[in-house]
Design a protein around this ligand. Structure first.
Ligand SMILES: [Zn+2]
Length: 275
């Protein structure tokens, strides 16, 4: 069984034991803007990035686990009703993690227009609409956390690339310091993603890809732990995980089942008595 929180914890403990420094993305960007001395460049640094696509309660579990290990990471939230849960977002931020915006407004405005049988007059109009919605959503999220970084959501089914907004506009004008798809040199930083429920799965029709300067195959989380353990990974790493994929099977599920069974038995006797 891979992608369990137990494995995740083991991975974090191994990374920690190997002397990597865990950095939130905004921090990493701000530091790399000033730090160009070789000593700093050689520091082992890891950025744990989480794309909260759905099930934000799983993100909270992950955030607590990291906090217990003294690790700070970055959580990117979509602003759809299922994920924009103020209590969860605030709690994650209170644990010391960074919160960012997982944007997808090229898709959203496109869907909205399609549903209303409207057509964009031009690509530029689509971008303008997407940008306006981006600003609105960013404001929403900034009521909960002073968002400094963003990261695109790459739905495999979408026709549009959410990054297209930045062909015309600049996120820096909105006080955003970084976007992992633009502000990281992947020749220097080894990128790992769990998209497709595999590590760096090949041939998946999504946009979660980078031009990596590394050719390192990771077969499983166990294998990843071994690679860290035997110091076979580069000094700079970004790991992208989707918290909804990571849970310990059994526990919550079995508990639910047991409670449900007890309820059923009680119900059975209540019905029997009343007859
Ligand atoms: Zn996403």
């Amino acid at each position: 069984m891979d992608f369990t929180l137990t494995k995740y914890k083991e991975l974090l403990l191994t990374i920690k034991s190997k002397g990597y420094i865990f950095e939130r993305f905004a921090e990493y960007i701000e530091k790399s803007a000033i730090a160009s001395t070789p000593q700093l460049l050689n520091l082992k640094t890891i950025i744990l990035r989480h794309d909260v696509d759905r099930m934000p309660q799983n993100a909270l579990k992950m955030a607590k686990l990291e906090h217990d290990l003294g690790i700070k990471t970055t959580y990117y939230f979509r602003t759809i009703p299922q994920t924009l849960k103020p209590d969860i977002i605030k709690e994650i931020a209170d644990l010391g993690h960074e919160v960012g915006y997982h944007y997808e407004t090229m898709d959203t405005v496109n869907e909205k227009f399609k549903m209303n049988n409207l057509k964009f007059k031009s690509d530029e109009e689509r971008i303008d609409e997407a940008y306006n919605l981006f600003c609105e959503n960013l404001e929403q999220l900034r009521k909960l956390y002073p968002v400094k970084t963003i990261c695109m959501h790459g739905s495999p089914r979408s026709t549009f690339d959410n990054r297209d907004i930045w062909k015309k506009y600049s996120y820096k004008d909105l006080g955003i310091v970084g976007e992992p798809y633009f502000n990281i040199d992947y020749n220097e930083v080894f990128y790992l993603t769990d998209t497709g429920r595999r590590w760096n799965k090949k041939n998946i029709s999504v946009r979660d890809k980078v031009n990596s300067g590394f050719d390192i195959q990771v077969k499983s989380t166990k294998h990843l732990i071994q690679l860290v353990e035997s110091a076979q990974l580069p000094n700079k790493i970004m790991i992208n995980t989707h918290p909804h994929r990571w849970f310990n099977p059994g526990f919550g599920w079995v508990k639910e089942l047991v409670i449900q069974n007890i309820k059923n038995v009680v119900k059975y006797y209540l019905i029997k008595r009343s007859n």
